[in-house]
Design a binder for this molecule. Structure first.
Ligand code: PMP
Length: 359
């Protein structure tokens, strides 16, 4: 079986939109895309970068080349778009027939897999993480109905911070060859001190990996993320992707961050976040208001408090916001705390100590 056979038949038979930019290279006189002949008035030159009056390259060659180097995969296996959120949406729309197919998720986990499935009218099969918040492989392989086309596995998992081993991912991908795509969301992998599963890409054509520049690379506002997958999957998604997914200023920002200077500083910052995560975990677990801190391989900690609502309210009064993740089953009483700068983290600890003192 070919991986294409898993896609919705409508997508296979679709005549994709052919954009002006994809049909011809740049030329001296560009009269093929109904663009303005001048750069936009009133936008400072420094902000314009490449010609802002021109549509961007749908998959910018220089950005693809940098990402291929960064992730050690061939350019043909990369689809770059508006954050990894866009890739999640495209995957569900490409592979799940409304009312027929399903996605599998492993709660508690990132919410967008379920939201995209609902928007598409795809059923959601939930295979809860085990009591230590690890993937329950036996349960997953036993319970997975034939209707499941996509399995979303988040590693490190948001909001618990748990990392899934390559052996587990290999077992799942190997068992589901010809049946479903296994999508490993590695939004936080830079903080895990562990290699990406992209090293397995050549071995399993049903494996896909989500990467993003929003977290470790500090570019959440630029919205750049990608899917690493088999070339067939990439070409299927390109059939339904909007013609110009990446805005020119975002392309420029990503290229800047991935340049040698940006790279060195980012690597140093990742190290800082990891050491702050360990400092914070050790300090938090000593506080009487804290019941437990889940071991985390991401840039956040999932912390169970004696009274999470009160902690959240009083932190807010100190001008500090954290995320209540108590709406997830089995995370009642937990708050998710992002690791900030050393000063911000200390501010949070001081506010929690003040709360203890004032009772
Ligand atoms: N995956 C996970 C696990 C996330 O936590 C997030 C953002 N919170 C995303 C994907 C989406 O990231 P982006 O669209 O910014 O790349």
């Amino acid at each position: 079986m070919n991986i294409r056979d898993l896609a919705r038949p409508e997508i296979l038979s679709l005549q994709p939109y052919s954009s002006a930019r994809s049909e011809s290279a740049m030329a001296e006189v560009m009269l093929n895309a109904n663009e303005a002949p001048w750069p936009p008035a009133g936008v400072p030159k420094a902000m314009q970068g490449r010609a802002l009056n021109r549509y961007p390259d749908p998959q910018p060659a220089d950005l693809l080349a940098r990402l291929a180097e960064l992730y050690s995969v061939d350019e043909s296996r990369i689809l770059v778009g508006r954050g990894s959120d866009e890739a999640i949406d495209l995957l569900v729309r490409c592979f799940c027939r409304p009312g027929v197919d399903a996605v599998a998720i492993m709660p508690p986990t990132f919410g967008m897999y379920a939201v995209c499935a609902s928007v598409q009218g795809a059923a959601r099969i939930e295979i809860p993480l085990d009591r230590n918040f690890h993937v329950d492989v036996d349960l997953l392989l036993k319970k997975l109905p034939g209707s499941v086309k996509l399995v979303f596995l988040c590693s490190p998992n948001n909001p618990t911070g748990t990392l899934t081993s390559h052996a587990v991912i290999e077992r799942i991908a190997g068992s589901l060859v010809d049946r479903a795509l296994v999508i490993v969301d590695e939004a936080y992998i830079e903080f895990a001190e562990s290699p990406s599963v992209s090293v397995l890409l050549g071995r399993y054509e049903n494996l896909g990996i989500l990467r993003t520049l929003s977290k470790a690379w500090g570019l959440a506002g630029a919205r750049v993320g990608c899917l690493l997958a088999d070339v067939e999957v990439i070409s299927l998604l390109r059939r339904i992707m909007p013609p110009y997914p990446l805005p020119t200023p975002s392309i420029n920002a990503a290229l800047g961050a991935l340049h040698a200077d940006g790279l060195a500083t980012t690597r140093q910052r990742i190290g800082l976040i990891i050491s702050e995560r360990e400092r914070m975990a050790a300090a938090l677990v000593r506080l009487p208001s804290v019941i437990e801190v889940l071991p985390s391989k991401a840039n956040f900690l999932c912390v169970r408090f004696v009274d999470a609502a009160q902690v959240q309210r009083s932190l807010q009064r100190s001008g500090i916001i954290v995320r209540d993740v108590g709406r997830h089953a089995r995370l009642a009483g937990f708050l998710r705390i992002s690791i900030g700068s050393r000063e911000e983290n200390s501010q949070l600890l001081e506010a929690l100590v003040r709360l203890e003192v004032s009772g």
